[in-house]
Design a protein. Structure first.
Length: 182
């Protein structure tokens, strides 16, 4: 069930508790309109979060106004979207299940991102960035505008980064990069 695992206690410690509320809205456009899922989280006893608000809607593309929100109430620790059974809720749950959290915090000498990977392990970026070399290689060769966006984004936080060095050795690849000479 979506939301079953809850939130790790350490996540609660990384933001100031005095703020109290954290609004989120996720939206995407299937061909016939726009799906939206919105919620606000607040702190609760036991260093956990609760839903202060949870709602969803689908607005048709051919309509001049947005649909009314379907509210799922407040005060619960787990999403109530998981138990709603209608077309919009199923579509939103399907999209949420496809979201993958990536954690690149392990950059030690033994991390999987420092290993050589097969070129064909490139469809999805692994959660721990283990296949970090094959993934941008696929973007560079098959989806260059996305590759360029990744490189430009990296440059905003690492100005000395020039580009990835993505030269395969037989059917494998090791993550390497070039530094800027400027």
């Amino acid at each position: 069930m979506w939301g079953k695992a809850g939130v790790r206690a350490s996540s609660c410690m990384t933001v100031p508790k005095r703020r109290g509320r954290y609004p989120y809205i996720l939206s995407w456009r299937p061909p016939k309109g726009i799906n939206e899922f919105a919620f606000r989280l607040g702190y609760a006893a036991g260093d956990t979060f609760i839903f202060l608000e949870e709602k969803f809607r689908f607005s048709r593309a051919d309509s001049s106004s947005r649909a009314k929100w379907t509210s799922l109430d407040a005060g619960h620790k787990e999403s109530k979207l998981a138990v709603v059974d209608n077309v919009t809720a199923r579509s939103i749950k399907g999209m949420l299940r496809k979201i993958i959290v990536h954690q690149f915090h392990n950059t030690s000498r033994t991390s999987r991102m420092r290993e050589r990977w097969r070129l064909n392990e490139n469809r999805w970026l692994k959660e721990d960035a283990g296949n970090l070399a094959p993934f941008p290689h696929r973007l560079k060769t098959q989806r260059f505008p996305y590759y360029r966006r990744v490189v430009e984004t990296i440059k905003t936080v690492l100005p000395f980064f020039a580009d990835f060095e993505l030269e395969p050795d037989a059917d494998s690849l090791l993550l390497q990069f070039r530094l800027s000479t400027e």
